[in-house]
Design a protein around this ligand. Structure first.
Ligand SMILES: [Zn+2]
Length: 298
């Protein structure tokens, strides 16, 4: 965390000295600010803030999850040519620091500065859960962090970024109220996720993720862990468990068969479409799936 904050400060200071690095290049062609994000929710946030004023691209290829991502030389090239890199932080992108350092080595002699935005900055971090974006309340905080960094990176468009961010935050607050209103009516509060990713969401909305089938991201759970999960499911009389669209469902299916449970999909939004409205759509889908498990009489 400290390291990330330091990177941000140094970069911003450097930027204030040498900005703007965008604008008219030597050929006289107008070039937009190049902004990179690491995961689709951050893409949604950034795109809503910038509109067409910047080129926003997601660094990770479609389908690649951000935990233990194996970066390529092409990723380094993209970082070198970008002005702003937006990461989630909170320990999600452990592979990113060495890429940023390498990009720094390459660009040190030039006048270009990379602004690294840690979108988790100022958020009360839950140990071992970097999935901040899964709470719309925290998404608002992340949007504000991104907005402030965009204003520093591209002061010419400050008014636009402020206006766009305010509109988008309004939409996220509507989403937040919708979810609060919905969850308030649910009788049950406890659920079992596939991937331990919903602690910000449950903390902000009064639910409980009582177990996660996959103990650690990208790792097969141990038989002992599965035994614990089975015991929790029986103890809490849970009838529906959740899988995640990006992982193999074999373990989930076998648990569901053994205990006669129904399986629904809950998305961690780590991979998916790059679209301004995608984050809100997916969160509504997740809440609809949770409602089936917690809101009814089953
Ligand atoms: Zn995850």
């Amino acid at each position: 965390m400290f390291f990330s904050a330091l990177v941000l400060c140094v970069s911003l200071y450097a930027c204030q000295r040498s900005a703007p690095s965008k604008g008219n290049d030597r050929t006289g062609m107008s070039s937009k600010l190049k902004v990179l994000t690491t995961i689709p929710p951050l893409y949604s946030f950034a795109k809503n803030i910038t509109g067409d004023a910047a080129d926003v691209e997601n660094l990770l290829p479609s389908g690649a999850g951000p935990h233990e991502y194996a970066s390529s030389p092409a990723d380094l090239k993209k970082i070198i040519s970008a002005q702003v890199l937006i990461k989630n932080g909170a320990g999600l992108e452990t592979w990113l620091d060495s890429l940023i350092a390498s990009a720094g080595e390459v660009t040190r002699s030039g006048d270009k500065t990379l602004i690294v935005v840690d979108a988790s900055s100022g958020i009360d971090i839950i140990n071992n859960d970097p999935h901040i974006w899964l709470s719309p309340k925290k998404a608002v905080h992340q949007v504000k962090n991104i907005r402030d960094a965009m204003i520093k990176a591209d002061p010419d468009n400050a008014e636009l970024y402020i206006r766009n961010a305010a509109q988008y935050i309004g939409r996220l607050e509507t989403l937040d109220l919708e979810i609060q209103d919905e969850i308030r009516r649910w009788k049950k509060k406890e659920f079992v996720a596939f991937h331990s990713a919903f602690l910000y969401f449950t903390r902000d909305y009064g639910l409980r993720q009582v177990a996660a089938i996959q103990e650690f991201p990208d790792k097969q759970p141990t038989p002992r862990h599965i035994a614990d999960v089975l015991r929790v499911i029986k103890d809490t009389e849970i009838k529906i468990i959740f899988s995640d669209s990006q992982f193999s469902h074999k373990i989930v299916e076998s648990i569901a068969r053994d205990l006669d449970l129904r399986v629904l999909s809950l998305d961690t939004l780590e991979t998916g479409e790059l679209h301004p409205g995608w984050y809100e759509n997916m969160m509504r889908k997740n809440v609809a799936a949770l409602k089936k498990a917690l809101g009814g009489d089953n």
